[in-house]
Design a protein around this ligand. Structure first.
Ligand code: G6P
Length: 605
């Protein structure tokens, strides 16, 4: 989604804002803009496309010490300059950058139009600038207090007012916003990664709070204007900004960080051969009385949830379901106080996931969240938070956070199963031992990647490709197909191998690539039968397997991954598919870290 940055201090503001925008680029890159104080007036610079284009337009040598910037992921209106933020009030007094959606903007726009305001953009944000102008009587805080109750939906706002050329005003509801203060000034950002330096104090603004940032500090008020004392938040080093290092793309770097992401996540969970999940606070009786488990998430995190549902059902022998978060409310789940709901989200800010979580909370379910950001809204609203320690993930297409989510899911399912008496001590110990080896196996497998480059040569020119698998392999197929679609724009789809003959086998022609995953030993023979059905119709088989006995046919491409317990197999079988997607996208010249139309953190429903 969109990203916000602001700075007021002793340094030149333009380079600080440009660098912040570059760090926020993964959140949105349809267009970008900044507003700075030049000679007491607000000057605006906007561009289409990535924030790096703004470098050419922004006055690099400007002496301005105060400004705000924005990188946009279009929701209301095309990604062009007129819709790029900041948006100005009609009198030129206010410049506003905004993340989120003002859901009642049509109504507000109509009222403002009737009062004579002329809108210059198609955005929902412009109403905020005009409402501020209308409410302003010399005090921005009071104006914000007056307009905030009128705004439905979500917003993180960064505001300049020409009467206060040393100040940035901010306010938020349901969209994250952080303030950093160090010796050089005050910073505003929708994500701590944007802060210019990895030092200083960081504060998180709460819903319906108003912040006034000056170079020497921050003052925060509630909507009634009463002062609130904020406490500093501690950001794990791992969540701060890091560059690409020796890698050409963040995605490749993050693929290779998976062994560490996996092991760091388990560091305090798998201790001395035992799984410790203290925050669960569920005794044996409570676990035994669980009526079912729900895994809720979006995108790749949803695929981790599918793995969770398969693993939970297998290990606990109770119903377990995976839900796409945006469909959760529509499916009227039967969650109640005896249901465990597992919320999975890298960012911890995904609006669809948050909405589903709040719905599950209403039903009194026990909420466990698996997030990569302990300061996120999902973390803050959960009964129990289990952190993934993947570190900051920058590439839009997730890899290491997905791996880290799987680590937690395995640990959770094994622990619950053992506590409920569904597996005995020996089985429990065996699972724990094998789980402790996965990170090493991931590292071992990643050492060689030439196969991925050759397979990319096959996939780069195909119009259609199918990913198939059964059981846990179906989960891998879904994630592998998503990776390829996200970053290489290849048209492909994942199908349950057994279902293929009921539908899309009709698309298989001579030479159609079929990526078949055969690692879940409980269903492997059946998948092999489905591979034969594809071959009989001319498919080119790319087989990902952990069975050395699988030799395939002479024209098959076979990639062997390390063997493990079936329930952990996705952690290994997904690796070649990530790399294949990466090299296919590279051959096609795609924007790998920032695929078109996608955003990393989707904070609108
Ligand atoms: C977006 C991203 C996906 C991600 C999904 C869920 O759609 O493009 O890569 O999997 O959001 O994000 P979350 O932060 O909740 O894991």
């Amino acid at each position: 989604m969109c990203g916000i940055i602001g700075y007021t201090g002793v340094q030149a503001a333009v380079p600080v804002i440009l660098q912040g925008l570059e760090r926020l680029e993964y959140r949105g890159y349809d267009s970008a803009g900044m507003g700075i104080f030049e000679n007491g007036e607000i000057a605006m610079y906007k561009t289409m496309g990535s924030p790096s284009n703004l470098k050419e337009k922004a006055p690099q040598g400007s002496a301005a010490k105060v400004g705000i910037g924005h990188t946009r992921w279009a929701t209301h209106g095309a990604p062009d300059e007129k819709n790029a933020h900041p948006h100005m009030s009609a009198d030129g007094k206010f410049a506003v950058v905004h993340n989120g959606i003002i859901e009642n903007y049509v109504e507000l726009k109509r009222e403002l139009t009737e009062k004579g305001y002329i809108f210059r953009s198609e955005t929902d944000t412009e109403v905020v600038a005009f409402l501020l102008e209308e409410a302003y009587k010399g005090d921005v805080k009071s104006a914000l207090s007056e307009i905030m109750p009128k705004l439905n939906g979500s917003y993180a706002l960064g505001i300049l007012c020409s009467d206060y050329p040393d100040t940035i005003f901010c306010a938020k509801k349901s969209s994250p916003l952080f303030v950093g203060i160090d010796a050089d000034g005050g910073y505003l950002a929708s994500d701590v990664a944007a802060f210019y330096k990895n030092s200083g104090k960081i504060y998180k603004l709460g819903d319906n709070e108003i912040g006034i940032i000056k170079k020497d500090g921050l003052k925060v008020f509630d909507i009634d204007g009463c002062r609130i004392r904020k406490t500093e938040v501690k950001i794990r080093e791992a969540q701060r900004y890091e560059g690409k290092g020796k890698y050409e793309h963040f995605m490749l770097k993050e693929i290779y960080e998976q062994p560490t992401a996996f092991s760091a996540t388990l560091e305090n969970i798998l201790v001395d051969g035992k799984i410790k999940l203290g925050c669960l606070k569920m005794n044996r009786e409570k676990i035994k009385h669980l009526n079912h488990i729900e895994f809720i998430a979006c995108g790749s995190a949803y695929h981790a949830g599918v793995v969770g549902a398969y693993a939970a059902q297998k290990l606990l022998n109770i119903p377990a379901f995976s839900f796409i978060a945006s469909e959760y409310i529509n499916r009227s789940s039967s969650a109640d106080e005896n249901t465990l709901v597992v919320i999975i989200s890298q960012s911890g800010e995904t609006a669809d996931t948050l909405a589903a979580m709040r719905e599950a909370k209403k039903r009194n379910a026990k909420i466990v969240s698996i997030v990569n950001n302990e300061l996120s809204t999902i973390a803050q609203e959960s009964d129990c938070v289990i952190l993934t320690k993947a570190g900051r993930e920058v590439a839009v297409a997730t890899t290491k956070a997905f791996s880290a989510q799987l680590a937690v899911i395995y640990a959770l399912c094994i622990r619950l199963s053992y506590s409920a008496g569904k597996i005995d001590r020996e089985k429990y110990k065996n699972y724990c031992t094998e789980l402790s080896k996965i990170s090493e196996k991931i590292g071992e497998f990643l050492k060689e990647n030439s196969y991925a480059k050759s397979i990319a040569e096959i996939l780069k020119d195909t119009d259609y490709c199918s990913f198939i698998g059964r059981g846990f392999d179906y989960c891998t197929a879904m994630e592998g197909a998503l990776k390829l679609k996200e970053i290489s724009y290849a048209h492909c789809e994942a199908y349950a191998a057994g279902e293929l003959k009921h539908g899309t086998i009709s698309l298989i022609e001579n030479g159609t690539p079929v990526v078949a995953v055969v690692c879940d030993s409980s269903v492997a023979t059946k998948t092999l039968g489905n591979i034969k059905e594809c071959k009989a119709r001319g498919a080119k088989i790319i087989c990902i397997t952990n069975d050395e006995n699988y030799k395939g046919d002479a024209d098959d491409v076979i990639v062997y991954v390390p063997k493990t317990e079936d329930i952990f197999s996705v952690s290994l079988s997904v690796l070649p598919l990530q790399l294949i997607a990466y090299y296919t996208a590279k051959l096609k010249g795609c924007s790998i870290d920032k695929p078109k139309n996608l955003a990393k953190s989707v904070t609108v429903e």
